[in-house]
Design a protein around this ligand. Structure first.
Ligand code: HAM
Length: 419
C-alpha cells in the first residue's frame, strides 16, 4: 500500500525548495540588518503556554490545536504560533535583565488543525520577529517597516497593508459593552455560531464570512473610532512614523486578528494574487502577554509571515522558479581516472563551485545529456589521453564553445569564469 503525507501537509520539492530557500535567506539577512537576534524554541510546549497566551475564545485554542498527553501524563501542544513561546522563553530566561528592548527572530513550523485548502495547511512555516521591552510606537512602525521591506526585497506582487488598533483591554471592555448593546436587537436573527461568538468575543463578528452577520456589522460602532486617548495617540504616532518611511497603508477600523493577546496596534499584509487565503503576514502589539505568562509587566510587538503563502505569491502569474544548475560538471571518461581525479572534484568544491559529476558510470554522450538535463553551466571533459597530456576540455553549455585548459590551471580557471 502506498502511503502519503497527512492531509493538510505538503512536501516541498525542488525547484520550489530553492525559492523557499531564497525567501528564508532574504528574511534572515533583513532580520540581521534590523539588529534582530535568532531564537529557537521547542516545537511543542506545555499546553498552558498557548491557552494562557493566545486566549480561550480564539479558534486556535478552541478547535485547532494539536494537543496530546505525553507518556509522562503532561498535556503537550504542537506550536500553533510563535509569539507565546518567545514570551515564555523571555520570562523563563530572565531576559528582562538584558538591555531592552530584546529583538528576536525565528523561522519555525506551526501546526493548526484547520480545514485544508490552497494556501491553508495544517503545518505551515512562519518567519517572525518579536520586540520585547518597549512600548514606543516607533517600535510598532519598525516591525511593520521590516515586514514591508522583506516583501519589497522579495518582490512579492500585489501587497496591501492594513493597520488598526485594539486599544487597551480596559478600554476595550467598555467598547465591548457598547457593541453588545448595538447587537442585542439583532441577536435573535443571527446564526447560532455568531451568537456563540457574540458571548465569547463580539469583536470577532467583524471577521464573519456570513452575509447576514456582515450586514449587521456594517453599521456597528467601530473600535478604531472610539479609541481611548492614550491608544489614539499611540496609533497616530505609528501612522506618522509609517508616513515618514513612505510606507503605504490603509487604516482598517474592523481589523480583528485571530489571537486574543493583542493590545493597541494590529496590522496585516495581504496579497491580491492569493485568493481566499490572502494574508501573507500579520502581527501587532501585545503589552500584557509576558505578564499573562508569569513575567514582569513587559510590552511587546511583532509579526509572523507565512512562508508557503509568500512562495505561492512569488509563483503567481506563472513567474519562473529560480533555476540553479551546477557551475560545472566533471565528465571523466574512464573508471580508474575518475578515482584519480576525486581530489580535483574536492578542490573545485572547496573553492565554492557547485559541482556535479557522473555517479553511474555513464559514457561521454550520456554524461553530456546528464549535464544538460541538470542545467550545468560548463562541462569539464577529461579522457585518459587528456590526463596524460595534462589538459582538460571545457565546454560552455550555453554557447557550445570548447577550450583546452592545463589541468594544473583548471581550478583557478573555473573559479575565474564562474565569477
Ligand atoms: P497569524 O496571523 O495567525 O499570526 O499568522 C501569521 C501568518 O502565518 C499569516 O499571515 C499567514 O501568512 C500564515 N498562516 C497562518 N495560518 C496558516 C495556515 N494554516 N497555512 C498557511 N499559512 C498560514 C500569528 O501567528 C502571530 N504569532 C503573529 C505575531 C507575531 N503577532 C505578534 N507577533
Amino acid at each position: 500500500m502506498r502511503v502519503s503525507a497527512p492531509r493538510g501537509t505538503r512536501d516541498v520539492l525542488p525547484p520550489e525548495g530553492r525559492l523557499r530557500r531564497r525567501v528564508l535567506d532574504v528574511a534572515q539577512e533583513r532580520f540581521a540588518v534590523y539588529a534582530f537576534a535568532p531564537i529557537t524554541t521547542p516545537t511543542f510546549e506545555d499546553t498552558e503556554v498557548f491557552v494562557r497566551g493566545i486566549g480561550t475564545s480564539t479558534d486556535i485554542v478552541r478547535k485547532e490545536m494539536y494537543t496530546f498527553t505525553d507518556l509522562g501524563g503532561r498535556s503537550i501542544t504542537l506550536r500553533p504560533e510563535g509569539t507565546a513561546p518567545v514570551a515564555r522563553a523571555y520570562v523563563e530566561h530572565g531576559m528582562h535583565k538584558l538591555p531592552q528592548p530584546v529583538k528576536l527572530w525565528y523561522v519555525a513550523p506551526m501546526f493548526r488543525y484547520e480545514a485544508p485548502q490552497a494556501g491553508r495547511y495544517r503545518e505551515h512555516w512562519q518567519v517572525g520577529a518579536e520586540v520585547l521591552g518597549s512600548d514606543d510606537p516607533l517600535v510598532d512602525a519598525e516591525a511593520i517597516a521590516l515586514l514591508a521591506d522583506l516583501f519589497a526585497r522579495l518582490e512579492v506582487p500585489g501587497v496591501r497593508l492594513r493597520v488598526g488598533s485594539m486599544d487597551d483591554p480596559e478600554a476595550r471592555g467598555e467598547y465591548r459593552r457598547r457593541l453588545l448593546d448595538y447587537l442585542e436587537p439583532y441577536a435573535r436573527d443571527l446564526p447560532p455560531e455568531a451568537r456563540e461568538r457574540m458571548t465569547e468575543n463580539p469583536l470577532r463578528l467583524f471577521d464573519s464570512k456570513d452575509e447576514r452577520v456582515q450586514a449587521v456589522m456594517a453599521d456597528a460602532p467601530k473600535l478604531l473610532h472610539a479609541l481611548s486617548p492614550p491608544a489614539r495617540e499611540h496609533h497616530e504616532r505609528v501612522l506618522a512614523a509609517l508616513d515618514r518611511l513612505d510606507i503605504v497603508y490603509e487604516e482598517d477600523p474592523i481589523l480583528v486578528r485571530g489571537l486574543d493577546y493583542y493590545t493597541r496596534t494590529v496590522f496585516e499584509f495581504s496579497c491580491d494574487r492569493l485568493g481566499a487565503q490572502s494574508g501573507i503576514g500579520g502581527g501587532g502589539r501585545y503589552d500584557r502577554l509576558v505578564e499573562d505568562l508569569g513575567g514582569p509587566p513587559t510590552p511587546g510587538v511583532g509579526f509572523g509571515a507565512g512562508v508557503e503563502r509568500i512562495c505561492l505569491a512569488l509563483q503567481a502569474e506563472g513567474r519562473p522558479l529560480p533555476e540553479e544548475g551546477p557551475d560545472c560538471y566533471l565528465a571523466v571518461v574512464d573508471g580508474d581516472l575518475r578515482m584519480r581525479l576525486l581530489p580535483l572534484l574536492a578542490a573545485l568544491r572547496a573553492r565554492g563551485l557547485r559541482c556535479e559529476s557522473d555517479l553511474r558510470g555513464r559514457g561521454l554522450k550520456a554524461m553530456l545529456r546528464h549535464a544538460d538535463a541538470l542545467g550545468a553551466r560548463r562541462v569539464v571533459i577529461i579522457g585518459p589521453r587528456d590526463a596524460e597530456a595534462g589538459v582538460a576540455t571545457i565546454r560552455d553549455m550555453r554557447t557550445g564553445e570548447q577550450d583546452e585548459v592545463p589541468l594544473d590551471r583548471l581550478v583557478e580557471h573555473l573559479v575565474e569564469v564562474a565569477r
